[in-house]
Design a protein around this ligand. Structure first.
Ligand code: ATP
Ligand code: MG
Length: 568
């Protein structure tokens, strides 16, 4: 492609409205432009990278017998009402009306559409298993669209759905997907990990997220320093065994702690370690106010709390509700002498508290020498705290460390959540109607573009790996007024194209400095510069990954280039 004929609007300056380097460079190198918050145009260079990402995804999906289709983005509200998600999905779902005032949604995900499609067409177990996928634009009215393509309101996703007659069959497809995803992210050249995840509102058990390790990641991954254990911090189990020390238990006492509200303030005021302070919070759990305890040096994880109690909703109680229940502000809550019927749930680590400190349910006062069981009852001990760096890894091997990750893929075992709600059944061998057992599997295609953009760059611009580069070769003719240069550049352009190389040919009448700066920003793997030595038939070649350069005679260009692309 001649650069004079394409559309690559590079910017001289760093755009001021972009917070992360991938977003800045995608704008600056002329790959994307914003249309509205979280909504972007993919310009020709980005489109080429997206096509390559999609191709890798497609190949790996097809390798596990997943078949491509394309479903509508516009979806009738009735489908979402059937699954119960018209209400449950909330404001993230983009809703609209047609001219007859009928409700529609723009697809945020396609469980509803695919479930009805398969329900209407597949009647027998003989047609199962079936796995279908699409690569399509999704719409989600995200609360905080940010970081460019990383969290958009309109974005590209690969979503696959599988249908089964048995759990074993679902497990087998899930394992295939796990491997296919690993292949995809490996082929993309991303530094990733598969982590155990929370199933969230989509429901179902058995789910992994694929995370690209990156310091701009919005998720924290807890991983073992010695084994391959990795989990989203939201889910990571704590397996430390806590026992109560058998030191003598002292008499409980009330002490004044004026203006000491936080754990830090209280522990330094009373000169005790935070690990011997009982952190007490009031949660509203399915409309019941419950006291939840953790050690002062730990944080309560409301996702684990919700899962441990099998609750539908878990929220911190409002200050007013706490005042009404206990007569104090949040900084003075404690588990001793609670009103009747108020339940206490404790994190397992509370077992290690001996002669500890707790709020007195009276502003400005705490209790010392508090001992669980002796001074208050505990309805149940649960694993409800966030894992911490240095904790034992849940698989018993090694110590936990943290890393930040960008979620680029997610695989779920849905089970019969949707098929039951939407009455999607097949006939089994005995002729009995059974709900389809389902799985769903997403990959953020446009988010991957941002993740690779974040990973493959330096101060000068992108460093595209060969398998994703928008073009293989950047052919730059330095002086378009020099006959010999124009002649040789044109000759090489024709030659490389005829051998199926993707060549971006900078034939513009710009100054050399501008051309080189643009070439640096765009970051193609090989740059061939036709300059002063054109009359001798010599070009300068520069490799973007290593920064190495060489001079090649025009006769050797083709062989040397082949050699480079075969090796890398
Ligand atoms: P997140 O926790 O980041 O909001 P999610 O759990 O909502 O993700 P899924 O519903 O599992 O995401 O969607 C599948 C994939 O689509 C995700 O793994 C992610 O890569 C991508 N994705 C989700 N939301 C967005 C978005 N707003 N912009 C770009 N990609 C997204
Ligand atoms: Mg989301």
């Amino acid at each position: 492609m001649k650069q004079s004929l394409t559309f690559i609007p590079t910017l001289r300056e760093n755009p001021s409205d972009a917070d992360v380097k991938s977003h800045r460079l995608l704008l600056r190198a002329g790959f994307i432009r914003q249309n509205a918050s979280g909504i972007y145009s993919y310009l020709p260079l980005a489109k080429r990278v997206l096509t390559k990402i999609e191709q890798i995804v497609r190949e790996e999906m097809e390798a596990i017998n997943s078949v491509e289709l394309l479903m509508p983005a516009m979806q009738a509200a009735e489908l979402w009402q059937e699954s119960g998600r018209w209400e449950a999905y909330g404001p993230e779902l983009m809703r609209l009306k047609d001219r007859h005032d009928r409700d529609f949604a723009l697809g945020a995900t396609h469980e509803e559409v695919i479930t009805t499609l398969v329900r209407d067409e597949i009647k027998s177990y003989k047609k199962l298993p079936l796995t279908l996928f699409q690569i399509q634009t999704k719409f989600r009215d995200e609360k905080r669209p940010r970081f460019g393509l990383l969290r958009g309101r309109e974005f590209i996703m690969k979503d696959a759905y599988s249908f089964h007659a048995s759990r074993e069959s679902l497990d087998a497809t899930y394992d295939d997907m796990y491997r296919a995803y690993s292949n995809i992210f490996t082929r993309l050249g991303l530094n990733f990990r598969a982590v155990i995840a929370d199933a969230g509102s989509i429901g179902g058990k058995g789910t992994h997220e694929f995370m690209v390790l990156s310091d701009i990641g919005e998720d924290t991954i807890a991983y073992s320093d010695t084994s391959d254990y990795a989990a989203n911090i939201e889910m990571a189990e704590v397996v430390v065994e806590y026992t109560t020390p058998d030191t003598p238990k002292n008499a409980i006492e009330k002490v004044a702690t004026p203006d000491q509200k936080t754990i830090e303030q209280v522990s330094s005021f009373l000169n005790v370690d935070a690990s011997n302070v009982i952190k007490s919070l009031v949660f509203n759990i399915d409309e019941e106010l419950v006291i939840v305890l953790a050690r002062g040096d730990h944080e309560i994880n409301d996702i684990k709390l919700k899962n441990a109690l099998g609750a539908q909703s878990v929220e911190l109680a409002e200050d007013a509700a706490i005042k009404e229940l206990l007569g104090c502000a949040p900084g003075s809550i404690g588990p001793v002498k609670l009103p009747l019927n108020v339940k206490v749930i404790a994190d397992n680590a509370i077992k290690s508290i001996c002669n500890g400190v707790a709020g007195a349910n009276e502003d400005g006062f705490h209790l010392v020498n508090v001992n669980p069981e002796r001074d208050f009852a505990i309805a149940s001990y649960e694993d409800i705290r966030f894992i911490q760096e240095g904790d034992l890894s849940p698989d018993g091997q090694g110590i936990i460390k943290f890393a930040e990750g960008i979620e680029v893929g997610h695989i779920f075992k849905l089970g019969t959540t949707y098929s039951e709600k939407m009455n999607a059944t097949y006939l089994d061998e005995q002729g009995k109607a059974k709900p389809f057992i389902m799985g769903c599997y997403g990959i953020g295609v446009s988010r991957i573009l941002a993740a690779v953009a974040e990973q493959f760059q330096d101060d000068n611009g992108f460093i595209w790996p060969n398998q994703l580069a928008p073009y293989d070769v950047h052919l730059v003719s330095v002086n378009t007024k020099d006959e010999a240069q124009v002649q040789l550049a044109g000759e090489l352009y024709g030659l490389l194209k005829s051998y199926r190389y993707d060549v971006l040919y900078d034939d513009r009448t710009e100054r050399a400095g501008v051309k080189f700066a643009d070439a640096d920003l765009i970051g193609l793997p090989v740059r061939i510069t036709v300059g002063k030595k054109a009359s001798e038939g010599i070009v300068e070649v520069k490799f973007r990954t290593t920064g190495e350069s060489a001079e090649w005679a025009k006769e050797e260009v083709f062989d040397r280039l082949n050699e480079y692309f075969q090796k890398n």
